[in-house]
Design a binder for this molecule. Structure first.
Ligand code: GLY
Length: 491
């Protein structure tokens, strides 16, 4: 059996690693922009190889799949999906795990996602406005002064999101200026490279609460959830600093997190299932691959959708794929033949922590974070009980150098999250840059104190949304306008 894997990060390394545990002993081939040392080693060990090139180019990837006569293609990242790689591969008669162009819109266009949730009345939706130009968005901001989240309307590599709390009347003007400035930067900077959707700016109501990711396999008919994971987006300890792709993540033990209940987990799965059905109705094509709800426990709904991913999260995939006991090739084949209902997903019942290690400069000055020779003492990490998943590292010229993003993701597994965090923390010290440039990571991820904070916040939120449910206030907004009295909106 031969498989072509698309993508070059730690997430794809975790996918390749899970595929190698298959009883089918597949040969793994990979197509990527940088030569990821972890994936390259797996390819070599399984009798496959790596092809460097533009992994978002549908014709390039599909031609390679054809030349290699692979049994199927597995796409890791979102951009190849947005560009139609799965469509081109399937047109040539080769099955593909990864959303086609139409279904992948659930991640690519945040406006599509919100409109879909409203049209099909899917729980966990937020009020939003989408704008095609700056002036319209600014006019709206001038009229409507509230706490909002401003986002690029397209998935823009996780960048450009700004959440603005606008609570004090005396700061209204200043807050308005910040909002307007950010709208301009969304259009002129973050959305500039993208011409594939018309909407430019998304404005959503601001919500608060602990976030979590629910990753699922789907064949379009059923949704099979993986254990929940929580990623930590801010660059620095105590959730401060710029937003990154994720600095590290926690899971388990079992399918829920310490701050998400079994009932909230089931409701989250129901939201993703309803969305998969709605996508097929809307775009006329079954969703085959991986879908993830990036969710938040809010006082408004309980489980609420912040975004969808048409793929595994990174680092979230690295928490759970190493625990997968079901054969990933069998899961993939069941997705292809739409018989996923026959597959029982099984995971080792451990707690996990993933810590991402990135060169200084990431995420805002990737030029500074790039090109540093890196040393990873994998044997010492293994001795401490950790595992290395290679991220943004390039081995093309025979030496490992940083690619500018998260270089390494350290995985640790234990009975509890804090115990796994301690293992991961020890392992991080075995990664360094030869030229003395500094690396950073978040030492607080998975610690008892951060975990307790999340549990306390979730408990507060839970009290409010349960009260709102009891009073049948979910899906309703109630305002009081002078002269008009009580105004109730249904949504
Ligand atoms: N961890 C966030 C993402 O995968 O986009």
């Amino acid at each position: 059996m031969k498989i072509l894997l698309v993508g070059e990060g730690a997430r794809e390394h975790a996918i390749a690693d899970a595929l190698t545990r298959s009883t089918y002993n597949p040969r793994i081939f990979a197509v990527m922009k940088l030569k990821n040392p972890g994936i390259a080693r797996i390819c070599e060990n399984t009798g496959g190889n790596v092809k460097l090139g533009d992994s978002t180019d549908p014709v390039f990837v599909a031609s390679l799949a054809e030349q290699l006569s692979v049994d199927f293609v597995f796409i890791g990242p979102e951009e190849p999906q947005f560009r139609g790689v799965a469509d081109e591969v399937e047109e040539r008669g080769i099955p593909c795990i990864g959303a086609k162009r139409g279904p992948s819109e659930i991640e690519m266009s945040k406006a599509f996602m919100r409109r879909l949730m409203w049209k099909y009345k899917i729980p966990g939706r937020l009020r939003f406005m989408a704008f095609k130009d700056i002036d319209e968005a600014i006019a709206y901001i001038e009229e409507y002064a509230e706490s909002i989240a401003l986002k690029p309307a397209r998935q823009a590599g996780g960048k450009g999101v700004k959440v603005i709390a606008d609570l004090q009347a005396y700061l209204k003007k200043e807050k308005e200026e910040v909002k307007k400035k950010h709208v301009r930067s969304i259009v002129e900077e973050h959305m500039r490279p993208y011409t594939d959707i018309e909407d430019r700016i998304l404005i959503e109501q601001k919500v608060e609460g602990p976030e979590y990711t629910l990753q699922c396999f789907t064949d379009g008919r059923v949704v099979k959830p993986l254990p929940l994971v929580q990623d930590n987006k801010n660059a620095y300890e105590m959730d401060i600093g710029p937003e990154t792709g994720g600095m590290g993540s926690i899971s388990g033990p079992g399918e829920v997190l310490p701050f998400i209940s079994e009932e909230e987990y089931k409701e989250s799965v129901e939201i993703v299932s309803q969305t998969v059905r709605a996508i097929e109705k809307e775009v006329g094509e079954a969703y085959k691959g991986v879908i993830a709800g990036q969710m938040m426990l809010t006082a408004l709904w309980g489980p609420t959708i912040i975004e969808f991913y048409s793929r595994f999260g990174d680092p979230e995939a690295v928490n759970v794929l190493p625990l997968l006991e079901t054969d990933l090739v069998e899961v993939s084949e069941a997705i292809i033949s739409q018989s996923l209902n026959k597959v029982k997903l099984e995971f080792r019942d451990s707690a996990t922590v993933v810590k991402c290690v990135a060169p200084r400069g990431y995420p805002n000055r990737r030029d500074l974070a790039k090109g540093h020779p890196i040393v990873i003492e994998e044997d010492k990490i293994t001795k401490e009980g950790g595992r290395v998943f290679y991220g943004s590292i390039d081995l093309s010229n025979g030496e490992m150098v940083t690619g500018g993003s998260r270089a390494v993701e350290i995985f640790a597994e234990a009975e509890t999250i804090p115990a796994a965090s301690k293992i991961a923390e020890k392992c991080v010290s075995f990664v360094f840059l030869k030229d003395g440039w500094k690396l950073f990571h978040r030492s607080d991820i998975g610690t008892e104190s951060l975990l307790n904070e999340r549990v306390e916040i979730a408990e507060l939120i839970r009290e409010i949304y349960r009260y709102r449910r009891e009073k049948e206030l979910i899906g309703k907004q109630i305002d009081w306008l002078p002269g008009k009295g009580r105004i109730e909106y249904e949504f």
